[in-house]
Design a protein around this ligand. Structure first.
Ligand code: NDP
Length: 309
């Protein structure tokens, strides 16, 4: 029986995962870091693992993120060089698609303007703009971004996508690489970020990026907090260069009370709720990879260490 140790600073999540593994992955022996049996663990299933925790596992053969992203593993650099896998839940796509669709409609159909008008009892009907005249760009065309670009294209929006390597998606004008970044951004009414956080993407939501969009564009950050340069956002909103921002992810979560983003005009803060893998899916995918590890088979959803995602 493969032993899996659950590593996280989030004690509620640990309890929930223990229950999910017991129900949906009974073939695994699941322990916590404080258990003696953690020494036997071949797999660490992690969400922000405490610093030093991976280094205390002499039999470690696989680090498994319990999320789509793996940047949170950076809280513990003590692990040895073992493969890293992530969870790719089909329901993730549905949740993120719903979230982005709502954010796009919010700006496309002027709900931001009319809710502000309501505060002042102002009745103004804004000219309705067909979806085909509203340009939306999706940064990251992976598991989530490609589903969103497809969904928006299906809803009639003028959709562009940007990824590291070339892609082909029906109804989406695809751009790739640093050299096509400017042409991807040019004149967008909305920019949706679904990139993983890596050295190449940190701070990508910055003044230079905002300046390439249409005047009064809006942004959605569904990737990770450090993608966004908050001071640049504040300046772009104040000058009208940006009209609004929907932010789901933050460098420090929960977003601390008193953080300027809570009250920044034009900003909607959501509590990292766009989409989450179900605990059942996490348990099943870790169990599947445990089986593959034991049989020497190729692991599912393996992360490329040279790319960081
Ligand atoms: P994937 O790994 O499937 O896709 C990542 C995409 O980003 C790929 O298309 C990749 O290009 C592209 N990319 C990576 N680096 C670059 C770069 N330097 N330049 C251009 N494109 C780049 O990730 P997912 O779609 O599963 O998830 C994306 C991110 O969404 C996660 O890393 C996580 O941070 C975030 N997330 C947020 C959630 C939330 O609730 N807010 C929930 C789940 C995830 P290529 O295809 O060429 O490799």
């Amino acid at each position: 029986m493969t032993t899996v140790v659950l590593l996280s600073n989030d004690s509620l999540l640990l309890t929930q995962l223990q229950k999910a593994f017991a129900a949906h992955a009974p073939v695994l022996k699941v322990v916590l870091a404080a258990d003696l049996a953690a020494q036997e663990a071949e797999i660490a299933a992690c969400w922000y693992p405490p610093a030093g925790s991976l280094g205390r596992l002499p039999n470690l053969r696989l680090v498994h993120s319990v999320a789509a992203g793996v940047d949170h593993l950076g809280t513990d650099s003590s692990g040895s060089a073992v493969p890293v896998c992530r969870v790719v839940d089909p329901d993730h796509r549905r949740g993120m698609t719903e979230y982005v669709r709502w954010a796009v409609l919010h700006f496309h159909r002027d709900f931001d303007r009319v809710t502000a008008q309501q505060q002042k009892s102002v009745w103004i009907r804004h000219p309705q703009r067909p979806a085909g005249q509203f340009k939306v760009g999706v940064m990251g065309l992976g598991s989530l971004g490609s589903a969103i670009a497809n969904d928006l294209a299906g809803a009639g929006y003028d959709v562009r996508g940007w990824s590291r390597s070339p892609k082909s998606l029906a109804g989406v004008v695809c751009h790739h690489g640093d050299t096509q970044f400017e042409s991807f951004l040019e004149g967008l009414d909305m920019l949706v970020n679904l990139l993983p956080l890596t050295d190449a993407t940190r701070g990508i939501l910055c003044q230079r990026t905002f300046a390439a969009l249409a005047p009064g564009a809006a942004i959605v950050n569904g990737g990770r907090g450090p993608h966004l340069v908050i001071e640049d956002l504040e300046r772009a909103l104040a000058s009208g260069q940006l009209r609004g921002a929907v932010l789901d992810v933050f460098e420090h979560e929960p977003l601390p009370a008193g953080h300027p983003l809570w009250q920044m005009p034009g900003v909607i803060v959501t509590p990292h709720m766009a989409s989450a893998a179900s605990h059942e899916c996490i348990a099943r995918q870790v169990a599947e990879n445990a089986q593959r590890l034991a049989c020497g088979e190729t692991l599912n959803n393996l992360v490329d260490p040279s790319l960081g995602y």
